[in-house]
Design a protein around this ligand. Sequence first.
Ligand code: PXP
Length: 257
Amino acid sequence: MNLGLNIDHIATLREARKINEPDPLEAVFVAKNAGVSQITIHLREDRRHIHDDDVRAIINASVLPVNVECACDEGIVEFLCEQKPHKITLVPEKREEITTEGGLNLTQNNLKEIIKEFQKCDIQTALFIDPKKDTIKRAKALGATGVELHTGEYANVHLMLYSNLSRHKNAIKSLDLTRDTLSQKLQMTLSEITTCASLAEELGLGVFAGHGLNYQNASAIAKIKSITELNIGHSIIARAVFTGLERAIKDMLELIK
Ligand code: PXP
């Protein structure tokens, strides 16, 4: 199982002060030495964490393959065609969201053209989608080279079932359910992810997964054979605050390898 380390949160910390540290570029070197396979960064339309200069510097460092997440925004597409990261993952984006909510809507008009544009620049293109069979088939028809399955619902159910979040002020209100219902929901989301991963593999797509994965819930996803890459950010950077980044990465790698 390959680990893609999402380092947006390092830039988030920098932007909390609007100065020049911590620099996400430094994390790239630590990540490589700790056994990470790919660096993932999200260039948001509002540039709230990663900036254009970060994208340039991280790609130019050429230390690890770089996966840039972005929305279907004309200016960003043009910029990324110039920068040529290893992979682009197209994600939905709303200004007001805290993090990416839900998968990409594959019926939007410009998707096929954008994927073609990236292909012309020799950039692999994955679509970040909810684990639904029809969506996987549509991703294939659109010409994507891979799919990243959204594990957010699975992760939220897991958190509400196995952590103290249900008693916390940040409890997820839509998941205020009995333990039995949460348990069933967890099995359902896991089986949806498993079914969709094998369908995507059968269709010849690269199969990746991510969002909300942490030290408690990642190993069940890592056991799904068709999935070859997990993109994980928040939980690793959160642990790194206390253990250092290298230790936090190695702890995750031990769980998912
Ligand atoms: N994959 C995608 C497509 C994402 O948008 C994100 C969040 O930026 C992640 C993975 C990483 O999610 P998390 O920070 O919850 O591990």
